[in-house]
Design a protein around this ligand. Sequence first.
Ligand code: IVH
Length: 678
Amino acid sequence: MVDTAVVVAQMRQLIQLLAQHNHAYYVMDQPSISDAEYDQLFHQLKALEAEHPDMVQADTPTLRVGGTPLSKFETVTHAVPMLSLGNVFNQEDLFAFARRVEERLPNQQVQYDVELKLDGLAISLWYEQGVLVRGVTRGDGEMGEDITQNVKTIRNLPKILSNPNGQVPALLEVRGEVLIPKSGFERLNAEQEAKGDKIFANPRNAAAGSLRQLDPEIAASRPLAFYAYGIAQCVPTHELNSMHQSLQWLTQFGFAIAPRQFLCESIQDVQQKYEQIQQERPDLAVEIDGMVIKVDDLKQQQQLGFLSREPRWATAYKFPAEIALTTIENIDWQVGRTGILTPVARLKPVLVGGVTVSNVTLHNIGEIHRLDIHIKDQVSVYRSGDVIPKVERVWAAVRPDDAIRVFLPTHCPVCDSPVVMPEGEALARCSGGLYCAAQRIEAIRHFVSRKAMDIEGLGDRWAESLLHLNLLNDISDIYQLYAHREKLLGIEKMGEKSVQNLIDAIDGSKKTTLARFIYALGIRGVGETTARMLATTFQTLDALRQANIDELKKTPDVGDITAEWIIDFFQAKHNVEVVDRLIATGIHWDAPTAPSRQPLNGESWVLTGTLAQLNRDQATQMLQALGARVSGSVSSKTKCVVAGEKAGSKLEKAEKLGVSVISEAEFIELMAGYGQTS
Ligand code: IVH
């Protein structure tokens, strides 16, 4: 007989130990045990749980949710938008920021909360009754992606809130940054290298790549960490008065916060902390790209409010881009999807702001001439916005005698077709069209990408192998792949399941929208927005194909040049054939709705409380499909509030303002009237 109490006690003890070590590592920045020892404890707990699955504790750090990979992320509207910050780069700008703040708060004492600007990805976490129910990326600030499965694998993030000192809020939305600490990053890259997998350029990319995995097991294997820096919503409202208190309050629930935080009495004091942090930057466990300065008092923050998309009460104080000296070893020409040739300088690898830089793009031949770059030149390289490396200047005075001048190649390095550069244009292009393998693979990658036909896995994983096997002569061949099952199975790492998933994804992509299809064709100048405009304007593909230049130019977002490119595209015989073949495979869409005819065009709706039959995303999508905007807060401009169960302050506010309120059942009926069902 197993003694339940003993097993549970063992589990609780391991959970507590792991939590303590996590705290020491992430919060105190002082690891108390080695990684190997941590892993040992972790596996001990896992083994115990495997033996007694019925006793697994709800707050176990081993928890892996779902387990089955998703086919794509759901889009979620942020109840409170995730805004960005303004930037300052020097003392003068910083003081000007403080002046603007202080002028708006006459006769008030202002204190500044100074935090590290963590270099990761902003996410939002929802806790209902203390349980983590949702994690969402920042996205465009209004809408993000639901990455709950991945977020739940982050070790230092509380899945259940417990507060030894008080109650747990009914709803808590915490904002913060997901990143990979420097040590974890090195380990991860060493492992990637050993496996022959892709090396990440910096911790930020590694964190972003890990969060974007559809399979939570991959995210779980990455050393991600979460640091909280704000509260977006709290019900019932908290009694906190200041930013620094808010962060301390969050730590009670088990959230990690960044390893430094200061409360400054004056802006001079802030400047001093900036200099101090810059000195300490290399010793920090995490990558930062500056500091964030926030007015500490929450009432003052409210008084200051926002200016367009940025708070007036906060700013980022960025570190200057770091510069390093190195040598240009060679210049390669890369050919992009539309045939554009881009020169890429291969550098002697050099550390710039903690990241090894070995390539830098030079944009075009004009840029090479402007900077007067020769192969073998010494150059200063910096990372702009701390991410993309750029050549700042060439040290021509120390140019070696055997330095080599750079010319635009006369023939494409991929297909050997002649390179053309029309008069007055900055960009050179390969004339090989779809004959050029570089253009073909990019055309395929673009066609299957998320915002186009959204065929998961094909672009990044299989496209190259499929081209080598001669299975993709053009994009329409994607829809013939099902007939080549045997060949697909021959591709390395392509098992029965992957092949089936790929074929299913291809089949699933046949139902699409006209806008996506137009975008997927990769017509020059036609991005996502233009494609949407073309779809709503012309309504059918045939109408678009037959449109003349004047009709095209009348479309919002389509200028003279794009209009010509669209005409060129549909005049090329090859393209017409490919489009016809694509349609013949059964690709189809519902007729697009013109925005002017949308019944709820421009209306602002609010969803509040718990919906029983629909989830928020479904309700949001229905409203958006009818042209409405879903907002997180009620104002006199709100058209209607849909109140689910336990609707709280938003319902009260709506009633006070006389805004109409409907129940979920009424909403469903109304939507059904517009042809929207879940
Ligand atoms: S506060 C409305 N605090 O910086 C203000 N942001 O440019 C919300 N970030 O997207 C942001 N560390 O990803 C805040 N301590 C910190 C931060 C921080 C990093 C990032 C965050 C945000 C970006 C704003």
